[in-house]
Design a protein around this ligand. Sequence first.
Ligand code: NI
Ligand code: MN
Length: 227
Amino acid sequence: MKLTYYGQACFGTEIKGKKILFDPALSANPLAKDIDINSLEADYILLTHGHGDHVADVESIAQRTGATIISNYEIVTYYGEKGFKGHPLNHGGKWNFDFGTVKYVNAIHSSVLPDGTYGGNPGGFVIWNDDICFYHAGDTALTWDMKLIPMTCPKLDFAILPVGDNFTMGYEDAVIAAEFIDCEKIVGCHFDSFGYIEIDHNKAKQAFENKDKRLILPTIGDAVPSF
Ligand code: NI
Ligand code: MN
């Protein structure tokens, strides 16, 4: 499975022939300025919550690609009123799409859309099919609810967790999150994009190694190693 990092919480992948894009907001991220947003393909755009650093490019990409937006009810309704296709979920609910099952799970954070519209409660996604199972946590604190994921979903092959601190959990708490979700391979996100969330990469990786886990800090525009 190829997973490409586009900065902050944005990742692109292809599952069973369908292009999936998470939280596209390259235009809100100076570190992603060299990526051509018009080159991104999407059959589905998955949105964890409504903040600008997660949704800034949704409309331009959905307009160009005709992608279906998958998010919580409030965010899908918001884009639906603008004419975009969507599938609403809410916490604890899952749906079988043509690329796999998507479950919307709890996150502890906030959610408002850039124009001030209520963005519902923030979440993360667990996605699985016969080949793969992974979790994109979105923006979240460490939460006890993460323990529900291995109880209710297949074994995770990897997880995308925020590690930048200040607005989300930092890497120290993300190590505990990796234990809660019973996952050895973690891809970090939501780090370095601006001053509040710059991290020491070596210290972050060492914190995971100390617990026999692996943290990958991906490079913007590149495929995440070993995926
Ligand atoms: Ni956020
Ligand atoms: Mn964010």
